[in-house]
Design a protein around this ligand. Structure first.
Ligand code: TXA
Ligand code: MG
Length: 325
């Protein structure tokens, strides 16, 4: 399989996108698999390359705040949040205008829209005359990419024409998805903007529709997400470790290291000083790196429920072996 070319030519990326091709783009969260959102053949090619079901809608990426109103209806809370948080690791779910093709939103009358806070992405978005539909640039169900090489190793050049290199993403976890309503906010995905930050801006009730803790009724009912090929178990490491003997184990932790005599253990500490934001930025790269080696299992700690810790726990919960089909 010939992998896509990696480079930093923004003009080339723009012209490929204008021609209806798919280009992987950097953002501050994770890399996106981008295409012209107004070209339904291109959008269909995104679903195909990602092997993603057509009923799972895509986020619309734009380069300027004033452009949001071209595609979505704003309300007061949305406008306040945009003023304070955009561009940034946040996606707003809003009533869509007819300018957004139905294939992007999978037929929904709401569109998820965001402006990435990344210089290269912004320059690209501001140089083209159409919005970009972009899911995370990984095959459906796998760990999201946080550098250009992650993307290039996951796709062939027939699927992705070019990977625009913007370095290692600094947030490292996908955007938070929220739906601002008249007097409440619904959180659809925990992510790179913390709940604490949102609450400090707008003082309205927040409810969750993330299914983060939902356990499938039958194991295997739900396709795992963010999942490594190596089976991953999350919880109290001391308890988990006693269940496994003679295994080669990778342990993902915030700052603790673990050892025992029954197993061959390698510790992957995400932040020596226990900084949860740093930990989030390293998580996906560590999961991918472990997966490229020969470990029998991955054990992951429960991270502290504060700041981006909620999003880390959400991703690790969903990566667990129980969710696998
Ligand atoms: O940080 C991010 O958001 C990255 C970068 C590339 O921007 N994008 C990303 O896209 O994570 P994706 O497709 O991997 O995840 C987007 C999520 C999906 O779970 C999808 O179901 C949800 O957003 N979504 C998109 N449009 C929606 C809509 N109209 N209604 C409800 N959910 C929507
Ligand atoms: Mg994704």
């Amino acid at each position: 399989m010939q992998t896509p070319t990696i480079g930093n030519n923004i003009k080339l990326a723009a012209s490929l996108l204008e021609a209806g091709k798919l280009v992987a783009i950097p953002t501050e969260t994770v890399y996106g698999l981008a295409g012209n959102a107004t070209n339904s053949e291109t959008v269909a090619a995104i679903f195909a390359a990602k092997q993603r079901p057509r009923f799972n809608p895509l986020i619309l990426h734009v380069g300027e705040i004033k452009t949001i109103e071209k595609f979505a209806e704003l309300n007061t809370i949305a406008s306040i949040l945009i003023e304070k948080l955009v561009p940034g690791p946040i996606t707003l779910l809003l009533p869509k205008k007819d300018t957004v093709p139905d294939i992007v939103t999978a037929g929904s009358n709401k569109v998820a829209i965001r402006i990435p806070n990344h210089a290269i992405a912004l320059e690209l978005l501001q140089s083209i005359s159409f919005p970009l539909a972009a899911p995370s640039a990984n095959k459906f169900g796998y760990v999201s990419p946080t550098n250009a090489l992650h993307v290039a190793t996951g796709f062939s050049i027939n699927e992705v024409s070019y990977v625009l290199d913007g370095g290692q993403t600094n947030i490292g976890i996908e955007s938070t998805i929220i739906e601002p309503l008249a007097d409440t906010i619904i959180v659809h995905r925990l992510g790179g903007t913390s709940m604490e930050e949102i609450k400090s801006i707008v003082n309205v009730p927040i409810s969750f529709k993330t299914n983060a803790t939902q356990t499938p009724q039958t194991a295997g009912q739900i396709k795992s997400h963010y999942a490594t090929t190596t089976p991953l178990y999350k919880g109290d490491i001391g308890t988990l470790i006693t269940k496994f003997k003679n295994k080669k184990i990778a342990i993902i932790s915030l700052q603790n290291s673990y050892n025992n005599l029954q197993n061959d253990i390698t510790n992957y500490i995400l932040s020596n000083d226990g900084n949860i934001t740093t930990a989030a930025s390293k998580l996906f790269a560590v999961m991918r790196s472990i997966d490229e080696q020969y470990f029998d299992i991955i054990l992951a700690e429960n991270f502290p429920n504060e700041g981006l810790g909620y999003a880390i726990n959400d991703r690790l919960n969903r990566a667990q072996v129980i969710y696998k089909t």
